[in-house]
Design a protein around this ligand. Structure first.
Ligand SMILES: NC(=O)c1ccc[n+]([C@@H]2O[C@H](COP(=O)([O-])OP(=O)(O)OC[C@H]3O[C@@H](n4cnc5c(N)ncnc54)[C@H](OP(=O)(O)O)[C@@H]3O)[C@@H](O)[C@H]2O)c1
Length: 336
């Protein structure tokens, strides 16, 4: 079978097509014929050797994919041949709190990922996908969508009438805009591009702030709420944007700390966190139970994920380069 591998060296330019023997499912396992995959920023960092420089190679990158079950091992009961399923980001975190053991069961590093024609997984490591989505749309769900859902609907307790600020217009951000609207919130989107802000409005953002032309966007966001501050911030910039987020958050609001697009470390004045009673909640994707709950909401609302571009498997290098230059709006996908 054809796979994409990071072989002996990291770097987008070193991604290579390779042949591996097609695996067969053992007891409790299933064989998927992969239909589509999607890229996350983590996959880009993995390919560049920035996520885990000690990751043993070769590695098949990417955590997210959708496939058809074409064979099942002895004792499999959760899925049947012909089912269409998505990969779970954490193969071993099924419900409850994460543990040291379950958070290391991630696809696309350390475990081989989804850029492969066939894939064997434990039956526990997949979920059925909403029927109204095509394969590429469904392949956007395992990481980006679940992270936004976990932050807003599970750990954020966002309610109708709340205001949510979302950073950027990438994969997590656009799901965060869409889920915030489902939950009845007002959305403030920030982006480096006025054109992208216009498109963000089309999928539901109520306000847009260009963070390049308005670097003090935290105050602008606060002003948009009449001075009280926003209830919830989807923090994707990380250390480089957190100070500004602390300007925009309301007393008692939640900052869901998800990304590091503007850097993982920086000197920071933490006083506003305590003076304003702010809850800073780290988010690491989510468990399978949350994935299934999210899928029910997506199916009920017939939510349409935003797919920017779809690349064939043998052009995956172009897909990673598009992500690296931030040229996308929503999800970059791969079809098989
Ligand atoms: N903790 C977790 O479980 C988890 C899960 C998923 C993702 N993440 C992290 O979340 C971040 C986003 O991931 P993704 O896959 O959605 O990435 P993505 O699709 O590549 O989105 C990147 C977008 O973020 C925006 N951006 C870049 N720098 C920014 C800044 N300084 N301030 C505000 N926005 C900025 C840009 O949007 P504009 O062009 O509109 O400015 C860029 O296009 C990454 O750091 C990723 O590692 C974490």
């Amino acid at each position: 079978m054809k796979v994409v591998e990071i072989q002996s060296a990291f770097g987008i330019e070193n991604l290579a097509m390779a042949e591996r023997p097609q695996p067969r499912p053992k007891d409790g396992e299933i064989l998927l014929r992969m239909k589509a995959a999607s890229l996350n920023y983590r996959d880009l960092m993995t390919v560049q050797g920035m996520y885990n420089p000690k990751q043993p190679l070769p590695l098949i990158p990417c955590s997210d994919g959708v496939g058809e079950v074409i064979e099942i091992g002895e004792g499999v009961a959760r899925v049947k041949v012909g089912d269409r399923v998505a990969t779970a980001f954490f193969q071993g975190w099924l419900s409850g709190e994460p543990t040291m053991d379950t958070v290391v069961t991630t696809l696309g590093g350390p475990l081989d990922g989804t850029l492969t024609e066939y894939m064997v997984l434990k039956e526990d490591g997949v979920v059925h996908v909403p029927g109204h989505l095509n394969d590429t749309q469904a392949a956007t769900l395992p990481c980006a969508a679940l992270t936004a859902w976990n932050a807003l609907a599970i750990q954020g307790n966002v309610k109708p009438g709340h205001t949510v600020l979302v950073q950027g217009t990438g994969g997590v951000a656009l799901f965060a805009i869409q889920f915030s609207k489902l939950l009845g919130a007002t959305v403030i989107a920030i982006s480096s591009s006025d054109a992208k802000l216009e498109r963000a409005r089309e999928i539901g953002a109520d306000h847009g702030i260009n963070y390049k032309s308005i670097p003090r966007w935290g105050k602008t966001a606060r002003d948009l709420t009449g001075g009280a501050g926003v209830d919830h911030i989807i923090e994707l910039g990380g250390a480089g944007t957190l100070q500004e987020s602390l300007q925009g958050i309301r007393i008692g609001g939640q900052i869901s700390l998800i990304g590091v697009l503007a850097g993982p470390a920086k000197e920071l004045n933490i006083l506003p966190i305590l003076m304003r009673n702010v809850r800073v909640q780290g988010i690491f994707v989510g468990n399978r139970e949350a994935f299934e709950a999210m899928n029910r909401a997506i199916a009920f609302h017939k939510l349409q994920p935003v797919v920017d571009r779809i690349f064939p498997l043998d052009q995956v290098t172009d897909a990673f380069q598009l992500m690296a230059r931030g040229g996308h709006f929503g999800k970059i996908c791969v079809s098989f």
